[in-house]
Design a binder for this molecule. Structure first.
Ligand code: FRU
Length: 326
């Protein structure tokens, strides 16, 4: 790592307000703190692809050294990402993809595999027999397409299981609730709901409960975030039956960015690991998370202490100089 390199990193986020992406940004900042001098330009498109195109364009014009982008929808964001790439700005795609291979590196889990794991889990949990409703993400965003295909693949081994209905929840709890109420007749026949993320899974459970349907209906989500309101907690409290871990990749995006900028070797595809979390392993996951986050806090405390010491040292130097002069 080159100490004095002052890089400007542009980070274009499709929607910044949910817990998953707030966690991603925290990871980004934590990893960036190891690279003093680097500058971050951050923009949140609030789920609006047009706005994200504009924001990414502004970043390119400002003269960033590298672009990290999570495209809201694949097609609308493809031209601007290609433009950056063709101008010689390295591009790291994180989580959601464009429709093109014009990028420098990808960081994220394999959404097809994640869907497949969810399908296999559902097949096992239903013992090979039953009806499923699938709540999908935003139509044009790449994880929706990949998770849906993967889920189908995972269910192939279970011919006794039928997907009886599908709705788009657009990654949002509110939209999910609205869409599921519209198909409430299907829900009365359902044994499991598979939602493409935990926010939509929690909305699904709410609708099932509001309709006074059985608590035995399995609800499977994706993300499995730690902390308040996260999927781990919802698995613990049985709101969700299971959730497939979807790591945010914030830390890996920044470490990959510095490898690219410092001209070190790096992989084009950086695929993050995943696993299914249910009642059998959720406690272990929470325990590990608590340990990790307390270590993280220690590191932060040490950082502040170091800064205080530096200030103290500087002041003593001043006093020393003054003493010498007089
Ligand atoms: C957060 C989110 C996650 C989901 C991912 C897919 O904005 O909806 O819940 O796993 O995006 O890109």
């Amino acid at each position: 790592q080159k100490e004095n390199s002052v890089y400007t990193i542009g980070f274009s986020q499709c929607i910044g307000s949910d817990l998953w992406r707030r966690t991603m940004l925290e990871e980004v900042k934590m990893e960036l703190s190891l690279h003093p001098g680097a500058k971050l330009i951050y923009a949140d498109a609030n789920g609006n692809s047009k706005l994200q195109v504009k924001q990414a364009g502004e970043m390119i014009n400002k003269g960033i050294n590298i672009l990290i982008i999570s495209p809201n929808e694949a097609q609308p964001l493809t031209p601007i990402v290609e433009e950056a790439y063709n101008k010689g700005i390295p591009v790291i795609i994180i989580d959601r993809k464009t429709a093109s291979s014009a990028y420098t590196a990808y960081v994220g889990a394999d959404n097809f595999q994640i869907g497949k794991m969810a399908g296999e889990y559902a097949g096992e949990a239903l013992k090979g027999k039953g009806n499923i409703v699938e709540v999908m993400g935003l139509p044009g965003s790449s994880p929706t397409i990949e998770r849906q295909r993967g889920f189908n693949e995972g269910l192939k081994k279970y011919p006794g299981i039928k997907i009886i209905n599908q709705v788009y929840g657009n990654w949002l709890k509110k939209d999910t609730e609205e869409q599921l109420v519209k198909i409430k007749n299907s829900l009365t026949n359902v044994n499991a709901v598979f939602a493409h993320n935990d926010q939509m899974a929690s909305g699904s459970r709410k609708v099932l409960n509001d309709l006074k349907l059985s608590e035995q209906i399995k609800v499977i989500g994706i993300d499995a975030l730690p902390g308040q309101g996260g999927g781990l907690q919802m698995v613990s409290s049985k709101i969700l039956t299971a959730s497939v871990l979807y790591p945010t990749g914030g830390k890996e995006a920044i470490s990959t960015a510095f490898k690219i900028l410092d001209r070190e070797s790096f992989s084009k595809e950086n695929i993050l690991q995943s696993l299914v979390i249910d009642s059998t392993n959720v406690d272990l996951m929470k325990l590990q998370w608590n340990k990790f986050s307390s270590q993280q806090k220690d590191i932060e405390r040490q950082g502040t202490l170091l800064e205080e010491q530096k200030v103290l040292f500087k002041n003593q130097q001043i006093v020393l100089n003054v003493t010498v002069i007089t």
